[in-house]
Design a protein around this ligand. Structure first.
Ligand SMILES: Cc1ncc(COP(=O)(O)O)c(C=O)c1O
Length: 415
């Protein structure tokens, strides 16, 4: 028999194996100073394109004031205990009601983290008799929720309605045999490449198939639809979404998340979602902070307008300069380049050190081998000067990449 830790020490995992070369710089970098368009990194100021603070609320003076006032009044602990036992307050209820109203649903329920909440909600919504049908490219929290499912699951090709329909046919047969139902899961916005989920087409399939639809709108909430009400509102199908999910960790610049649905479904989740039944309630600072942020979403449309001014300037500028930004139709802005992993590392190093630009880098196995994805998140806090400087820098690094400059640097570095 092996010692359990033998494998862990020898096989550090697909990302962990890069730790020696990457940690502290490419992964676990330390961005310093107030959250903004320009932050400190490695001793200098960089234009930051990798923070999901879409509406620029993270460092807004009114938000800081509200958070500080809540912390001064309640500390970080209040309320203690799980919602069901001793962690329930009037403010949690108020936030739920306001979130529900905001996204045009009857009721809502808070969860402490989007990730755990999603895992737990999927677990609560289905039994072994039910069938889950989900998009291949969904976020890890959905994949992990599906992993808990004791019944059948079918995965459909990313945003491919034909593939979904094929799987719905199989799922219908299976669910009928098992005496269960079907849960379809998509994202409102796929956060890596920025494509909206085909919510309208999926909802239209309800005419032919009997299923319930769960949408993770982490990146759509606050950025899409009238007033930032999300991808379902943007596509005019919010009513066809049976369970709507959004996190506070992006546009709301906080922590926590919520599910919104008909009141019977929310009532069921309240009594069956294990991540909330057996864990401490969301702290008051986050609850009161979220009430403030939601109020700002409702009353300050200029935040979303500024966000989109920056998104449009960045995306059209990149396209005009010949960059491939895929099929994004949201704020998430991917830039696809060709190169291997060592080249990507040398290029990002140049981008950060010599051009003062910080964005996330995504490589194989998340995207196909030989591709490099620079993923950018424009926010309302960026300026048009940031956009201009970034496009100039990107054009320069693309030329160097094509000329093989980074290949040579990487070879020299790796010996
Ligand atoms: C699509 C999607 N769902 C869920 C989550 C998890 O949300 P949270 O950060 O609130 O745990 C994220 C965050 O990365 C996300 O992008």
């Amino acid at each position: 028999m092996k010692d359990l830790f033998e494998r862990i020490i020898n096989d550090k995992g697909p990302l962990g194996k890069w730790a020696e070369q990457a940690e502290g710089y490419y992964v676990f970098p330390k961005l310093e100073g107030p959250i903004s368009n320009r932050m400190g990194f490695n001793g200098k100021k960089v234009i930051t394109w990798s923070i999901n603070d879409y509406l620029g609320l993270a460092n807004h003076p009114e938000v800081i004031k509200a958070d500080a006032a809540a912390a001064a009044e309640h500390g970080m602990a209040y309320p203690m205990g799980a919602r069901m036992m001793s962690g329930h307050t009037h403010f949690h209820e108020q936030l739920e009601q306001e979130c529900a109203e905001f996204v045009h649903k009857e009721a809502a329920y808070l969860v402490n983290f989007g990730y755990q909440g999603m895992v737990s909600a999927i677990d609560a919504l289905v039994t072994k008799h039910d069938v889950i049908v989900y998009d291949m490219d969904t976020h890890a929290c959905i994949i992990d929720g599906v992993r808990l499912h004791a019944g059948k699951r079918f995965v459909y090709k990313h945003n491919d309605v034909e593939s979904l329909e094929k799987n719905l046919k199989r799922a219908t047969k299976m669910a009928t045999e098992n005496g269960g139902g079907i849960l379809v899961i998509s994202e409102g916005v796929f956060g890596m490449r920025g494509e909206q989920g085909k919510l309208k087409e999926i909802v239209a399939l309800k005419e032919k198939y009997n299923f319930r639809f769960l949408v993770d709108d982490a990146h759509g909430f606050g950025t899409l639809g009238e007033g930032g009400r999300g991808a379902g509102v943007e596509q005019g199908v919010q009513d066809g979404i049976d369970v709507y999910f959004a996190t506070f960790a992006k546009s709301m610049a906080g922590i926590g998340a919520f599910f919104a649905a008909d009141k019977d479904i929310i009532q069921y989740l309240k009594y069956n979602m294990r991540s909330q039944m057996f864990a401490k309630s969301l702290p008051m600072v986050m609850v009161k902070g979220a009430l403030k942020r939601l109020d700002m979403l409702r009353t300050m449309p200029e935040l979303k307008e500024k966000l989109w001014e920056n998104v449009n300037a960045l995306q059209s500028g990149l396209k005009e300069n010949g960059f491939d930004i895929g099929n994004t139709n949201t704020c998430v802005t991917p830039v696809f380049l060709e190169g291997d992993i060592p080249e990507a590392m040398a290029m990002v190093n140049d981008l950060r050190e010599n051009h003062g630009i910080f964005c996330s880098i995504v490589v194989y196995p998340v995207i196909p081998k030989g591709m490099i994805l620079l993923r950018m998140i424009p926010t309302a806090a960026h300026t048009l000067e940031d956009v201009k400087a970034t496009i100039i820098a990107f054009s320069e690094i693309r030329d160097k990449l094509k000329q093989g400059v980074y290949k040579k640097i990487a070879e020299a570095m790796l010996g």
